[in-house]
Design a protein around this ligand. Structure first.
Ligand code: IPM
Ligand code: MG
Length: 358
């Protein structure tokens, strides 16, 4: 069995963390008897430099022809002054839209040995933490009409949040289906006390809830959700929310797990093709210094095996290896909390060894 993986290394720490994730994939493939063929494709700042566009057409077609896409991170100060549609981030939004990846799954798990890296009081996370953020990914304010104009008091700018019932329903179903596979608890996050788009979101979720009587579903306003995440994070299991709220809340959830360097993500659409990336950015300040935490990308590779390649044993082996590496006390700088830190390469090596043996 051979699978084709499109690889977008991107900018900043992207290439370093992707290298370790590819090694982890190869170790898992070797152990479970399948093979992977990789095709590197440009996107983001490096694509702007080389091709004048953050998302070359060839990149989209190679991704479409692959079984899955593995992505590092894009962006950096070098491209920050470019107009919005030419920035590296436009490449990321573009590929998500081009592949129809409307559902972004972001599991936030507090690994037991990382409790000391969690900034919350121990009693708040004593019961552990295991949240699945389901973020809508191809709609809302990220893709709505935007522009600039001159008003009575000078320059103005606007972005619009627009959601259709269709879009809310399909992400809502992913939320309910995910909850069914876990503890059957779903929280839908919106801002229905102010936003009309959120009122449609809430109505739609309530209608859907009738189809999933086995799932306990509640609503929460996003400002309250931001508060509850640090006050009582264990009250959450699956959270379903819009593109913007999901972006913000998943960064917050990641911090509770010790570091943003720990959170993987899977972006899925109608079929099995998915895009897998850590939720963090390109961290240009530490690029090239072997200091980045590769675990979020390695865990994203495990999600790739699980969701796109249907290789759950190989995925489990990577998940186990990461947990074991942490158990054995290995830490990159972001999760070291006073301990000795190892580099990106070293962490990758340790995880590969553990994939082969645990
Ligand atoms: C993320 C990132 C991206 C997003 C940026 C880089 C466009 O923050 O994946 O969470 O907002 O979706
Ligand atoms: Mg983000």
């Amino acid at each position: 069995m051979n699978y084709n993986i499109a690889v977008i290394r991107g900018d900043g720490i992207g290439p370093e963390i992707v290298t370790e994730a590819v090694r982890a994939l190869d170790a898992a493939a070797k152990r479970f008897g399948f093979s992977l063929t990789y095709r590197d494709v440009p996107m983001g700042g490096c694509a702007i430099d080389e091709f004048g566009t953050p998302l070359p057409k060839d990149t989209v077609s190679v991704c479409k022809d692959s079984d899955a896409v593995l992505l590092g991170a894009v962006g950096g100060p070098k491209w920050e002054t470019l107009p919005g549609h030419l920035r590296p981030e436009a490449g990321l939004l573009g590929i998500r839209a081009a592949l129809g990846l409307y559902a972004n799954l972001r599991p936030a798990v507090l690994f037991d040995p990382l409790r000391d890296a969690c900034p919350l009081k121990p009693e708040i996370v004593s019961g552990g933490l295991d949240i699945l953020m389901v973020r809508e990914l191809t709609g809302g304010i990220y893709f709505g009409e935007r522009g600039r104009s001159t008003g009575e008091r000078g320059e103005e700018a606007y972005d619009t949040e627009r959601y259709s019932t269709f879009e809310i329903e399909r992400i809502g179903r992913i939320g309910f289906e995910s909850a069914r596979k876990r503890s059957k608890k779903l929280t839908s996050v919106d801002k229905a006390n102010v936003l009309e788009s959120s009122r449609l979101w809430r109505e739609t979720m309530h209608r859907l809830a009738k189809e999933y009587p086995d799932v306990a579903c509640d609503d929460m306003l996003v400002d309250n959700a931001a508060m509850q995440l640090v006050r009582n994070p264990a009250r959450f299991d699956v959270v379903v929310t819009s593109n913007l709220f999901g972006d913000i809340l998943s960064d917050e959830a990641s911090m509770i797990t010790g570091s943003i360097g720990m959170l993987p993500s899977a972006s899925l659409g109608g079929g099995t093709l998915g895009l897998y990336e850590p939720i963090h950015g390109s961290a240009p300040d530490i690029a090239g210094t072997d200091a980045a935490n590769p675990l979020a990308t390695i865990l994203s590779a495990a999600m790739l095996l699980r969701y796109s390649l249907n290789q759950p044993q190989a995925a489990d082996a990577i998940d186990r290896a990461v947990a074991k590496a942490l158990d054995e006390g290995y830490r990159t700088a972001d999760i070291a909390a006073g301990r000795r830190a190892i580099g990106t390469r070293e962490m990758g090596k340790i995880v590969c060894r553990l994939i082969e043996t645990t």
